[in-house]
Design a protein around this ligand. Sequence first.
Ligand code: F6R
Length: 607
Amino acid sequence: MCGIVGYVGGQQALPVLLDGLERLEYRGYDSCGVAIVGDLGIGIQKSTGRVTDLRKTIGDAANTTGIGHTRWATHGTPTVANAHPHTDASVSVAVAHNGIIENHDSIRDWLGREGIKFASETDTEVLAHLIGRLYRGNLEDAVRSALHEVEGTYGLVVVCAAEPGVVVAAKKGSPLLIGVGDGEHIIASDASAVLEHTKRVVYLDDGEVARVTASGFTTTTLDASPVTKEVQEIGWTLDQIELGGHEHFMSKEIFEQPASLRDSMRGRIDLGRSEVRLGGVRDFVSRFGRTRRVILAGCGTAWHAALVGEYLFEGMAKVPTEVEYASEFRYRNPVVDSRTTVIAVSQSGETADTLAAVQEAKRLGALSLGAVNVVGSTIARETDAGVYLHVGPEIGVASTKAFTGQVAVLAMLAAHLGRRKRRFPKKECAGFLADLAKIPSKVEEALRCDGQAKSISERLSGRDNWLYLGRGYNYPVALEGALKLKEISYIHAEGLPAAEMKHGPIALISDGMPVVFIATRGAQYEKIIGNIEEVRARGGHVIAVATSGDGRIDKLADDVIYVPDAPEPLQPLLTVIPLQLIAYHAAVARGCNVDKPRNLAKSVTVE
Ligand code: F6R
């Protein structure tokens, strides 16, 4: 969603801000803007569309303090007027804001009665006017006073014409960090915008305000009590957030999966002792071991990974497990107690609904764990403990390597719990871990189907409706395959448990309709063969993902993509690969913007 960059230091602010905004493009946005503090006041430049368009409209500015923003519209359409930064009437302060000011209507009415004219339809503009009105010679105090008036969420950067060389930042419910450089500081909503300048960062916590200058920063609470912050090192490298010869981040990330899965498992699988070692849950290991019920919460792709997790937890730890849409969980009066473990599954660690689910679970007394990718993200910090995915930065909006990382982490957590509860025999666990350790090289093999996936997509990307069907562990993969296709190629696709087809969706099958079956060898193989026959009989075009060496399926399906054999619980890590590739190539064939699909944001930080 929206992105924030702020700069104060010895360099010209403008190029740093524009480069930073480009690094944040992957989060999704529809307009952008910058505010630079100069001798003659604050200069604002905004644009609808891309940061490259903004670059074209903007001249040089030698000034060294500024803020920038990429906006994903919530209140008000994507217009130049609604783009951030917003200012007060005299352009003495400028504000860039992520989040939502919930009581903006009442503040707007009140300010309107005081004679303030608004230039935009946004909730953010009220903040700019409030800060301007409350300014008495100290920007930090004015921001603090304004924030006492507002309800809602914010990641905020503010500059002021009277205090060049100062950026004030504040956070509540929307991520914000300060990159600590040499004689300079970069404030951003996401580490990728600061990585080019520094790897040393300070994550702001909710309710904190920072006053940042070139030489240092101070942090305080909203009530002005000082807070000491720890400087942390980001583990990511610059080349991880660059294309490295790939045309799109999505394809780069699909092909990174052998390596990202190795990184996810590194140091965690002890084959000698048949044990899983998860340092991140060490302090809560006995409480986790007493768990009577597991709830997995997530959204979108993370929810699909959680569905695989449900099978894994029930299969290995024999603990009743449910999967919750994070957005529904907290509005449902969930029955949760201290023997419940709620695991938040999230790539970004910032998804607002998943965060709210964690907070609700904690309030109800559950143990909360995170299966999160972004180190230092809000969910990672709000949960009691957790296991990082360690798949590296995921820039493509369509989640790929995070899905396989989530499944791998849930598999390790499930095996760990199964062993603690003595419900997963040591010998079985040994076999499972040995198979898990082999998955990265099998993914390498599975990726060899790229050319075939491309040919299938090129032939069929003109079809407007696709079905994805799978059973057991591969049912969530069917859902994931359909989501991948629809979100980046805008083809309508539905994923279903294969047996459900006969309860209605079979009516959709028409001549040549692409139907993707995940038909790997396993307990339900014969059943899925029956489902394939049913689709064939109705003229559907069958694309099967099958186990290498399965000669039978070749005679039934129009296209077959083979993946290496693996035990059923681990098959999703392989069967998802051709589906990611089919979606990718279909989107390319249709000329879609693969990494920045329309209307989508990488991380959904509003509910
Ligand atoms: C789909 C996709 C989304 C995310 C969902 C949750 O490709 O990326 O469905 O999976 O928005 O995001 P995280 O995992 O960041 O909580």
